[in-house]
Design a protein around this ligand. Structure first.
Ligand code: CAA
Length: 240
């Protein structure tokens, strides 16, 4: 069996595309998800990839979930921190809960998954962590102080943990997607989204598989010298 990879938020959208790309590259992939059982069943039916349900923002649930995966599938070699939510709104209308949920899940999830899996990778001398950041963590976005702060935090988290993993064969990188054709982006009000697309030099939304190929590269042996980096995949919308 190949190396074991966990993709959080792995049953839909970008996460599902990542699962499929890593499976194609020989990883033994499992998906984590929080709520949508039918998407998890569909993933299993289409690809054979098993899903494990827990909230990545819940520290204890993450430790228990990753321990279960290690026992049932094998020690975890690669973690893709993809799970994320939006609770968009301008600051003066944003509740503390909307702030806190985005920080807890999007940024806290990265910490929780790393706490569960990084020590084992370090001991075994090989590991890959890829964190899905965002163009909006690099450039900011009107109506997203919570999401932009969490995603920006992911980029800092990546660079710090990369320094801790480097001597042990554990690379830690981020991908900063631009606007990708997913349910999350489809939820942006149409007139707002039209204005955003008009500013993408490539002239279209990205596709989930275009992010997944970047993740697959970062998880490969060929990428052993790449660590602490952020790969921007955004159609030229923000050159950073
Ligand atoms: N810059 C400046 N002003 C802006 C603006 C912008 N980018 N966007 C909106 N405004 C202005 C509007 O023109 C409007 O002004 P007027 O009242 O003078 O006309 C005012 O702000 C209020 O705008 P809305 O009517 O849209 O206000 P709202 O409270 O109904 O909604 C919002 C605010 C929720 C932020 C809404 O604009 C929105 O959803 N924006 C999209 C945010 C976004 O891009 N989210 C990305 C989600 S996908 C994702 O995050 C994935 C990823 O990683 C890329």
């Amino acid at each position: 069996m190949g190396r074991v990879a966990i993709v959080t938020g792995g049953t839909r959208g970008i996460g599902r595309a990542i699962c499929e790309a890593l499976q194609k590259d020989g990883f033994n992939v499992v998906a984590n998800y929080a709520g949508n059982d039918s998407a998890a069943n569909q993933l299993k039916a289409d690809t054979g990839i098993a899903s494990y349900k827990w909230d990545v923002g819940d520290h204890e649930a993450c430790l228990a979930g990753c321990a279960q995966v290690a026992e049932e599938v094998g020690p975890v070699d690669a973690v893709i921190n993809n799970a994320g939510i939006t609770r968009d709104g301008v600051l003066h209308k944003m509740s503390f809960e909307d702030w806190n949920e985005v920080m807890r899940i999007n940024l806290g999830g990265c910490f929780n998954m790393a706490k569960a899996c990084f020590p084992g990778m370090r001991e075994r001398g090989w590991g890959r962590i890829v964190n899905i950041g965002s163009i909006n963590g690099q450039a900011g976005q009107y109506g997203q102080v919570n999401y932009a702060a969490a995603k920006s935090g992911i980029h800092g988290f990546t660079k710090a943990l990369a320094q801790e993993g480097a001597r042990f064969g554990v690379t830690v990188n981020a991908i900063a997607p631009g606007y990708i054709d997913t349910d999350m982006v489809a939820a942006v009000p149409e007139p707002v989204l039209e204005k955003i697309i008009a500013k993408i030099p490539v002239g279209r939304l990205g596709q989930a598989h275009e992010i997944a190929r970047g993740v697959a590269f970062l998880c490969s042996d060929n990428a052993g010298f790449v660590t602490g980096s952020t790969m921007s995949i955004n159609g030229g919308q923000h050159m950073y």
